[in-house]
Design a protein around this ligand. Structure first.
Ligand code: KG4
Ligand code: ZN
Length: 342
C-alpha cells in the first residue's frame, strides 16, 4: 500500500436477516445502507430459507445505493470486504458469492471478515461521536447469536475468555418477549417498555455459572413459569404489568452481564471496556456502562447506535485494517457458518 493512498472499501454483510452494504474511505464511513427483512416478523424468528431468498433480492439494490450515497464510482474501489461467518449458511453464501464475483469483475482484492470481530472493531470507525478504546481492552459482544467476553490485545489478536453455555443474550430478550406476546425481534420492544417500568417489581433468579461464562436458558424458563402462574390468577396480568415485567427482565439481564464484566476486570486488571453486537443498542446496558465509569473507574466505550446492530460499516473497518496489512482472501474462500474469532 502507498503511504498516502486513499483506500475505498466496499463492505457487504449478509450473515443473518439484514442485507447491508457500506463504503468506507479509509476509516471513515461514506455510506452504510441496511435493508432489514420484515418477513420474519410473521414467524416469530428468523426463517433461514426466507432470509437467503430476501438477501438475493436485496443485495444488488443495497450495494447500488451504498455506492451512490458514497458518491464514488465503483472503479475507485480498492477492495471488497465481506462477512465470511459466523451466521446462517444460506445467508452468508449470498454475500460471499456476490463479493467474489464483484472482486473478479473489478479486478480488485477480496477481504474476508469475521462478523464477531467486526462487532468489536466497529469502535475504530472514525466518527466524531465515538471514542476509540486502547489495547488491550475487554469487549463484551452481545447479539442474537453470541454472548462473549473477549480479551482484545490488538486488531487481529483476540481471545474469548468467557461465553454463553446455552442461549445468547439477544435470544434471552427475544424469547422473553415472545412469552409476553410481543413480535420478533422483541429485544428493542422490551427496552422500550422497560423505560417506564419498575425494574425491582418482579425478581428473577441470577444463574450461577462458573468463571466468566454465561447461561440464559434458565432465565427464560423461570420467566415462562412466572407468567403462566400469574396469568392463571389474572388473565390480564401481562397487559396490566407489561412495563414492570419488561423493566424487571431487562434489569436481571443487565445484572448478569455486569456481574461477569466485573469479574473479568478483576481477573485481567483491564479497565478499558467496549461493547458490541445488537444488544449493545439496549438503553439499559448503555446506561450501566456509562455509570460504571464513575462507579468503578472503568473507561467504557459504547458504539454509535447504527454500528451496534448488524451493519456493513463494521465489516468495512476490518476490511480497511486488513487492506493496510495486505491480508487478502483467495477466490476459493468459502463461507463458514461456525467461525471462531480465536
Ligand atoms: O448483532 P445483531 O443485529 O444480530 C446478530 O448477529 O445476532 O443482534 C440482534 C439481536 C436481537 O436479538 C435483538 O432483539 C437484539 O439484538 N436487540 C436488542 C435491542 N436492539 C437489538 N436487545 C435489547 N434491547 C435493544 N434495544
Ligand atoms: Zn451481529
Amino acid at each position: 500500500m502507498l503511504e498516502h493512498e486513499t483506500i475505498y472499501i466496499l463492505a457487504i454483510e449478509s450473515s443473518c436477516d439484514d442485507t447491508s452494504a457500506a463504503v468506507l474511505m479509509n476509516d471513515k464511513v461514506l455510506s452504510n445502507v441496511v435493508a432489514t427483512q420484515a418477513i420474519h416478523k410473521e414467524y416469530g424468528g428468523v426463517v433461514p430459507e426466507l432470509a437467503s431468498r430476501a438477501h438475493q433480492q436485496n443485495i444488488v439494490p443495497v450495494v447500488d445505493q451504498a455506492i451512490a450515497k458514497a458518491n464514488i464510482d465503483k472503479k475507485q474501489l480498492s477492495a471488497i470486504a465481506f462477512t465470511r461467518g459466523p451466521g446462517l449458511m444460506g445467508s452468508l453464501l449470498v454475500g460471499t458469492s456476490f463479493a467474489k464475483s464483484l472482486s473478479l469483475g473489478l479486478q480488485i482484492p477480496l477481504i474476508e471478515v469475521n462478523h464477531m470481530k467486526a462487532h468489536i472493531l466497529a469502535h475504530f470507525i472514525d466518527d466524531d461521536s465515538m471514542k476509540t478504546p486502547k489495547f488491550p481492552f475487554l469487549a463484551l459482544t452481545i447479539s442474537g447469536g453470541h454472548t462473549q467476553i473477549v480479551l482484545v490485545n490488538d486488531f487481529f489478536d483476540m481471545k474469548i475468555i468467557g461465553q454463553t453455555l446455552d442461549d445468547a443474550v439477544g435470544e434471552a430478550f427475544d424469547k422473553s418477549a415472545k412469552i409476553l406476546g410481543l413480535p420478533y425481534p422483541g429485544g428493542p420492544l422490551i427496552d422500550k417498555y422497560a423505560g417506564t417500568g419498575n425494574p425491582h417489581k418482579f425478581e428473577f433468579p441470577i444463574p450461577k455459572v462458573k468463571e466468566l461464562d454465561f447461561s440464559f436458558s434458565g432465565l427464560k424458563t423461570s420467566i415462562l413459569y412466572f407468567i403462566q402462574k400469574q396469568t392463571k390468577e389474572d388473565p390480564d396480568f401481562i397487559e396490566n404489568n407489561l412495563e414492570d415485567i419488561c423493566a424487571s427482565i431487562q434489569h436481571t439481564i443487565i445484572t448478569i452481564l455486569m456481574k461477569k464484566l466485573k469479574k473479568a476486570v478483576k481477573q485481567t486488571g483491564i479497565k478499558e471496556i467496549a461493547i458490541g453486537g445488537g444488544v449493545s443498542a439496549n438503553s439499559g446496558i448503555r446506561k450501566a456502562l456509562v455509570d460504571a465509569q464513575t462507579k468503578y473507574g472503568w473507561k467504557t466505550y459504547v458504539p454509535k447506535f447504527e454500528y451496534c446492530t448488524d451493519n456493513a460499516a463494521m465489516i468495512g473497518i476490518v476490511g480497511y485494517y486488513k487492506y493496510k496489512n495486505e491480508v487478502f482472501a483467495k477466490q476459493d474462500v468459502t463461507a463458514k457458518a461456525r467461525y471462531l474469532i480465536s
